[in-house]
Design a binder for this molecule. Structure first.
Ligand code: MIC
Ligand code: SF4
Length: 636
């Protein structure tokens, strides 16, 4: 039986376990990526391991998230990261150089390699044929230390592409169509592998748009073959030395196959407030638009911005629409500035924003009350734009540019405009001057501003737990709900301060109540519905609750990265054996778990006593993870 591409790469990197879907395996990580919002904690954790230098083939520390310097905090964090990179042998991509995933694809990503990044959209690297996985900062710190990464050996879903995209339809519409089909729920434990004749019609940046939003599907990652198109891209980035040809065997057997004819795909949109709330653009034609934001790690490549520039050229943006455009990297910015695209964008009245995450994470460009905000990024969770009442509509660059011109939704194919022709460049503009290479910095001093705290101290699991349920939430709770980003991001390096905002948007008094409960020596419990912890890799959504005394989350199901983060910080992710028991759980209810430690040690179910009855909870933990829970976390 032939092998899938996924298993070929995993096999080469396997250090523990067996390639059997569902069992825990450990793989060697070749490259790591951190960004500033998750990176400060990751580097603090790395420091506490007392290792003189990183042990991965390549580690890059990016500054792209916390770019708004409305106080000393972010600048202090950036300086800390720069000094830590110098000391530990890490490449440092300076503020202004671009969004980690875009820059990594351009300058570092290589087919066949493994990449672990402290950002959920690390999976973007699958566009260049990597097994690229998002994880919590601690897991990435361990990979920097040369330790393997543990994951559940995935099932492989083959998306077989045929045909070719038609004018006005692009890669974003492909992944939105897949999200409509597969939704954001129930895909944990899968890897999506693309194949078929349609693959060769997509450039590497287009493939990367598709793999990027695999994070929204909730899959472990997605991967494209490495072919002539990959070679062409690497040549244009002057990095073709690292190219290898990679594909699944013809006889490979997949766990599931979906066929997609690219020529049948039409312009799509994900309506508020979930990336799987997908309809055809023509279904909402006529809806007035207040804001258009173009950029993010999903859609800010040279190709994407050339399309937008080509449409805005010689036109003025609609008078009722505020338009912003953030190039994904300095490479993209340099190229659109030298070929005249930038001048066309500026002349149209669009606002040019810096090469960073910015609007995507609610740092700036919050729209007006009740706004219809059309964006090319990947997440449209409620409040993510910074305006709770606004709705985010996720679209392709083509649809976004047409909305900017027309002031309302219209199927771009019917807007009466001509489709700009954009060819992949033969060579990209290359200047790595904003990436500081690792020097022999062993003696370099680490800079620590007053914003830099210590990783929290955690405690071993006691024999019994007693406390109360302080919060009950529904399905699809995202890490944005648990640990808000936006203007709160700057407290990332200061756990006690950031913890004040846990569940801020759902229950602003939660943090205070939790701390009071903890002070009384009682444990805090949370009850949740399905897909708890969707979205980002933000380990703060586990660290801060752990700091507040949360001992366990009882949910119908968990998302991959968040479940791993909970374990790393000693919170038990418990799953209702009988989903109907969720209904009987009440906020304020007392909970007792006698012999919790024994149960976890022996791998048996956990029985909680609440409201005079007993409820059985299961968990999906490997032996290794059960040991971590008993120790109280991975860093104790
Ligand atoms: C996001 O898109 O939500 C983020 C901000 O990039 C996060 C990382 C973070 O919380 O810093 C992610 O996707 O992991
Ligand atoms: Fe940045 Fe947005 Fe991409 Fe997250 S999703 S890395 S915030 S651009």
């Amino acid at each position: 039986m032939g092998q899938t591409l996924t298993y070929k790469i995993l096999q080469k990197h396997l250090v523990e376990g067996e390639l059997k879907a569902g069992s825990e395996i450990a793989i060697k990580i070749d490259q790591t990526l951190t960004q500033d919002a998750t990176g400060t904690m990751a580097f603090l954790q790395f420091e506490s391991m007392n290792i003189p230098k990183v042990n991965a083939e390549l580690s890059v520390s990016y500054v792209d998230h916390n770019m708004l310097q409305d106080g000393f905090e972010n600048a202090d964090d950036h300086k800390y990261l720069q000094s830590a990179a110098a000391k530990y042998g890490v490449y440092f991509s300076r503020a202004g150089n671009g969004i980690c995933h875009q820059v990594h694809l351009e300058r570092f990503g290589l087919p066949g390699k493994t990449l672990l990044g402290s950002d959920s959209h690390t999976c973007t690297g699958g566009g260049i044929g990597m097994i690229a996985i998002g994880a919590g900062g601690l897991d990435v710190a361990l990979a920097m230390a040369g330790r393997p990464f543990y994951l559940t050996c995935p099932k492989v879903l083959n998306v077989k592409l045929s045909g070719k995209l038609q004018g006005w339809v692009s890669a974003k519409d492909v992944i939105l169509t897949l999200l409509q089909k597969l939704t954001t729920k129930g895909n944990v434990g899968w890897i999506v592998e693309y194949s078929g004749d349609g693959v060769k019609t997509l450039s590497v940046p287009e493939r990367a748009t598709i793999t990027n939003m695999g994070a929204e599907l909730g899959v472990t990652t997605s991967v494209f073959p490495s072919d002539e198109v990959t070679l062409k891209f690497l040549k244009a980035q002057a990095r073709d030395k690292g190219w290898v040809s990679l594909a699944a065997d013809d006889s490979a057997v997949y766990d599931k196959v979906i066929e997609m004819d690219l020529s049948k795909i039409i312009p799509m949109v994900a309506k508020p407030h979930s990336p799987d709330n997908v309809v055809c653009v023509k279904d909402i034609a006529g809806l007035k638009v207040d804001q258009v934001m173009i950029g993010s790690c999903t859609n800010s490549s040279y190709r994407d911005l050339r399309i937008v520039g080509g449409l805005l050229k010689g036109r003025r943006i609609n008078k009722d629409v505020s338009v912003g455009l953030a190039p994904g990297s300095r490479q993209v910015l340099e190229m659109i500035s030298s070929d005249g695209t930038l001048a066309d964008v500026i002349a149209s009245g669009a606002r040019v924003l810096e090469s960073a995450c910015g609007f995507c994470i609610g740092l700036g460009q919050a729209p007006r009350t009740n706004a219809v905000s059309v964006r090319t990024n990947n997440r449209n969770f409620e409040g993510r734009s910074g305006t709770k009442s606004a709705g985010i509509y996720l679209v392709s660059p083509e649809t976004a540019a047409v909305c900017a011109i027309k002031g309302e939704f219209i199927d771009p194919r019917e807007a009466g405009l001509s489709y700009p022709k954009v060819d992949e460049p033969k060579s990209f503009y290359i200047d790595d001057g904003m990436i500081i290479p690792p020097a022999d910095g062993g003696k370099a001093e680490i800079y620590r501003g007053p914003n830099i705290g210590e990783p929290p101290r955690l405690h071993a699991l006691p024999n019994d737990l007693a406390g109360e349920i302080l919060l009950k939430v529904g399905d699809k709770i995202t890490t944005d709900h648990i640990m808000p980003a936006g203007s709160r991001l700057k407290y990332r390096s200061n756990i006690p301060k950031y913890a004040e905002f846990v569940f801020e948007g759902i229950d602003p008094a939660f943090s205070k109540r939790a701390l009071e409960t903890k002070k009384k020596g009682r444990a805090v419990f949370i009850a949740a519905g399905a897909s708890y912890g969707q979205g980002s890799s933000r380990e703060h959504a586990a660290i801060c609750p752990a700091f507040l005394g949360v001992a366990a989350v009882m949910a119908k199901s968990f998302e991959r990265i968040h479940a791993a983060n909970l374990v790393n910080f000693g919170i038990i992710p418990l799953i209702f054996a009988n989903e109907a028991d969720y209904e009987t759980i009440n906020v304020g209810g007392e909970i007792k778990i006698s012999g919790v430690k024994k149960a976890i040690e022996s791998g048996s179910d956990v029985i909680i006593e609440t409201g005079g009855k007993k409820i059985t909870l299961k968990y999906n933990l490997s032996d290794r993870q059960r040991k971590i829970i008993i120790a109280g976390g991975a860093l104790v």
